[in-house]
Design a protein around this ligand. Structure first.
Ligand code: ATP
Ligand code: MG
Length: 668
């Protein structure tokens, strides 16, 4: 790799430019299925068109939407990096996601198949969705919400979450979703930062077979300073559990929304009208409120959802397993599928409730054709065993998607074989909260896919890999992932903090958006994501990516999941320390297992990448969106007090790891 890490890793070392040439050498290729390629929504021509005229390409995609005033402008980049897209156009996002489909005669099409964790179900047609969104919009208006006012949404994965978001969009009130697993503190900080006026919540939701309360966290958050402007709390009754009630502030959804008219005329807003604020967790300090607007956002989300999943709205059943509280849920549960008039599944619960085959049972029940999930879930299913998905009929699946972390080639192959029947193409989609929509991904009818690589920028997207001096790296080298041209669904700023927007994304390289991720171009020019720049390890003068060592470990038949960190080391600057979850009946006590795993990595990647320590553990620390928190593992490996654990799903995981530490270590 070509990183001079001075200032990046804060180590001030002189780093050799020598690359680890044999890292992630991947020979396997999978051509698109012939019938899929023959009928694909998007062909290779799209790359040519977009290359010849990028803005013309996006202007053409904007015609997917129904505008009240058609835009004549495409991009205004006169004040970079503050972009305006389609600025003289006007549209209503909810009209685009709901009403226009009803007007086109699709009122009876199911928009959402809701599957509650306890097994209750509801099929909501576009006509019903239109009535419910209209009622909710009328209710918000009665509660005094006006265009521009922020509404916080703190709900489980129930239809009211989607309805609330669309109702906000309909009246031009930006929503701010806070994931239902976050604490009262996290909720209070986000309410305060966005200065929300109304909160939509529920008494509780179902999680692992039990009702789990939500409303008490809202009550607690509203005792914190900075939340005084919240006038009303609209409460959905989901679990029926007892709930404290603040008279005058709290109102039941079924009463307030239930008594509204189901007619509502949507008003068109300017294309740059704010649609939502969504907070990224932020590694330090205050969470960043990422701001997205309407016209450009909906254009890119609608296009990518159609192109990358090859959506045929009349026959496909789409399922994105993310929570609506993450950007994946915003873009590919709400705005993508619904703007395209698709039919989708919305599932409330966890994949292993009440049994580890629940997801596959749902795929079979609804005949899901397109599944979009995260590597962490795929690795969990690998660990539970191949026999579980094998019990269900998954033959309806025709396209599989992945997002959120690099997918290890081994997990990719498992997903293809055991879920996709060795038939369905996998699209590994790279993007971020900040990018709003997908940026790098294969196209299922065009790209010959390669396990573990996100491959190529989508048509109309300019992404590349650069070295420290902002020069594009040659094929076979690594560096930083950057975006070199503005894109329609890009963040517009950090809410209330333009300076932080400039500093975080635009200061590292001139005129380029710095994504914060390491990446590499292989010999074919395909892009591989290598993990966050902050996690890169420096071993004896070599930059080594966490992703590559983790993928090498996961390629061993006894490893289900791995997390790798660099721990300070007197001889080598950092030493590689690997935490692994075992599978197939292997245990930490197995004679010689640790040495076998170390040797396996050395063989796959070269001796420089051989972990100094390998620690089998029962669980890994993950964020609530399922990503491994390497920062905490670094604290453990360096024998430090743990940093902030508030965004962890389960903080007891860290106690468990620490208690396992000494005996399992191996050193030489
Ligand atoms: P925060 O920014 O608050 O620390 P986050 O970066 O995890 O949180 P997201 O915006 O949900 O929040 O995630 C985007 C990041 O996830 C990307 O920057 C990248 O590191 C990783 N990522 C997403 N998709 C992929 C993918 N297909 N391959 C590799 N990495 C991915
Ligand atoms: Mg991020």
């Amino acid at each position: 790799m070509t990183w001079d890490t001075t200032g990046t890793l804060g180590m001030g070392e002189v780093v050799s430019n020598e690359s680890l040439a044999n890292l992630l050498r991947e020979e396997r290729r999978f051509a698109p299925p012939t019938d899929l390629a023959a009928n694909a929504n998007v062909t290779a021509e799209a790359y040519e068109l977009a290359k010849a005229d990028r803005l013309g390409f996006w202007a053409e995609q904007a015609r997917r939407l129904s505008w009240e005033t058609e835009p004549t402008e495409t991009l205004d980049w006169s004040n970079p990096p503050f972009a305006k897209w389609f600025a003289d156009g006007k549209l209503n996002v909810a009209y685009n996601c709901v009403d226009r489909h009803v007007e086109n005669g699709l009122g009876d099409r199911v928009a959402i198949h809701f599957e509650g964790e306890p097994g209750d179900t509801r099929a909501i047609t576009y006509a019903e969705l239109q009535r419910e969104v209209s009622q909710a919009a009328n209710a918000l208006t009665e509660l005094g919400v006006q265009a521009g006012d922020r509404v916080a949404i703190y709900l489980p994965m129930i239809p009211e979450a989607v309805i609330s978001m669309l109702a906000c969009a309909r009246i031009g009130a930006p929503h701010s979703l806070v994931f239902g697993g976050f604490s009262a503190d996290a909720l209070a900080t986000r309410i305060n930062d966005a200065d929300a006026r109304v909160i939509i919540t529920a008494d509780g939701g179902y999680r692992r077979g039990k009702p789990s309360a939500l409303k008490p966290a809202v009550d607690e958050a509203l005792t914190r300073p900075g939340t005084e402007n919240v006038r009303s709390v609209l409460v959905v009754r989901r679990t029926g559990q007892d709930t404290a009630w603040a008279e005058g502030r709290d109102v039941w959804w079924h009463e307030m929304v239930g008594r509204q008219s189901d007619q509502h005329t949507p008003e068109a807003f300017e294309a740059e009208h704010p649609l939502f604020i969504l907070y990224t967790s932020g590694t330090t300090g205050k969470p960043k409120g990422i701001l997205h607007t309407t016209g450009g956002y909906l254009t890119q989300i609608s296009y990518t959802h159609s192109a990358v999943f090859d959506l045929k709205p009349e026959s496909d059943v789409f399922w994105c397993t993310a929570d609506v509280g993450w950007v994946t849920g915003h873009s590919y549960i709400v705005y993508g599928p619904l703007s395209n008039g698709g039919t989708e599944v919305l599932y409330e619960g966890t994949p292993d409730s009440p049994h580890q085959g629940r997801w596959w049972e749902i795929v079979q029940k609804y005949g899901v054709t397109i599944l979009y999930t995260a590597p962490t879930a795929i690795r969990a299913c690998m660990k539970w065993g191949d026999d579980i998905p094998a019990k269900f009929d998954l033959s309806s699946l025709r396209i599989l998607g992945s997002v959120g972390e690099p997918i290890n080639p081994e997990a990719w192959m498992w997903y293809r074989k055991h879920i996709g029947g060795d038939r369905a193409p996998i699209v590994d989609t790279w993007w971020q909260t900040e990018t709003g929509g997908m940026m790098i991904s294969p196209l299922p009818g065009v790209t010959e896919t390669k396990p573990g690589s996100a491959q190529v920028p989508l048509p109309g997207i300019a992404a590349t890999v650069v070295d420290d001096d902002a020069n594009e790296v040659p094929n076979g080298s690594g560096g930083y992932l950057v975006l070199t041209e503005p894109w329609p669904s890009m963040l517009r700023t950090i809410w209330g903090d333009d300076q932080r927007y400039l500093d975080t994304y635009w200061a590292r390289f001139e005129n380029k958006y710095f994504a914060g991720d390491g990446a590499k171009r292989d010999e074919d020019g395909d892009i591989w994501l290598l993990g966050r720049v902050d996690d890169v390890m420096l071993v004896s003068g070599h930059n080594i990516s966490t992703t590559e060592v983790e993928s090498a470990l996961v390629s061993h038949p006894k490893v289900a999941e791995a997390a790798v960190v660099g721990a300070t080391d007197p001889q080598t600057t950092q030493a590689i320390c690997a935490f692994v979850i075992l599978r197939g009946g292997a245990t930490a006590e197995d004679e010689g297992l640790v040495d076998e795993l170390r040797a396996h990595v050395a063989k796959a990647l070269g001796p420089i990448a051989k972990p100094k320590r390998v620690l089998p553990v029962a669980e890994l620390p993950k964020t609530r969106s399922g990503k491994i928190m390497r920062r905490l593992l670094r604290d453990v490996a360096e024998n430090r007090a743990l940093g902030d654990v508030t965004t962890l799903t389960d903080s007891s995981v860290m106690d468990l790891i620490q208690s396992q530490l000494p005996g399992a270590a191996s050193e030489d």
